[in-house]
Design a protein around this ligand. Structure first.
Ligand SMILES: [Zn+2]
Length: 117
């Protein structure tokens, strides 16, 4: 469990979950196929990105749940403004953090599959 959390955290920082130093991305949008430092393969299967989408959806859902609750308790915001506000927040959050979410999934996969070279 702790190993999975540790690897997910390392992945979120966009570092290789195996060696913790290699960069997951070579540019803003291009992911390395393998770690430039230790050679562990990052993208093993075609559908690996689906797990990243599940992570992104889950983290965003929890964030929105907490945000909606806090804003509802502290303010008197109209329901339509809630919808508008949280739609924008969710979209921005996913766009800004998708690479990190993919890194989290990479860390989880690393532990689950025992990924080596
Ligand atoms: Zn590495």
């Amino acid at each position: 469990m702790w190993e999975m959390l540790r690897c997910a955290w390392v992945g979120m920082t966009l570092k290789c979950p195996a060696c913790k130093t290699g960069r997951v991305y070579r540019s803003l949008t291009e992911m390395n196929h393998a770690c430039p430092n230790c050679g562990v393969v990052f993208e093993r299967e075609e559908g690996d990105f689906l797990g990243a989408m599940v992570v992104a959806y889950s983290v965003t859902a929890v964030l929105l749940g907490v945000g909606i609750y806090v804003v509802e308790v502290l303010t008197d915001l109209a329901p339509m403004l809630h919808v508008l506000l949280w739609s924008l927040v969710a979209t921005a959050f996913i766009l800004l953090t998708y690479r990190n979410m993919k890194g989290i999934w990479l860390g989880i996969l690393h532990v689950m599959m025992g990924l080596t070279r």
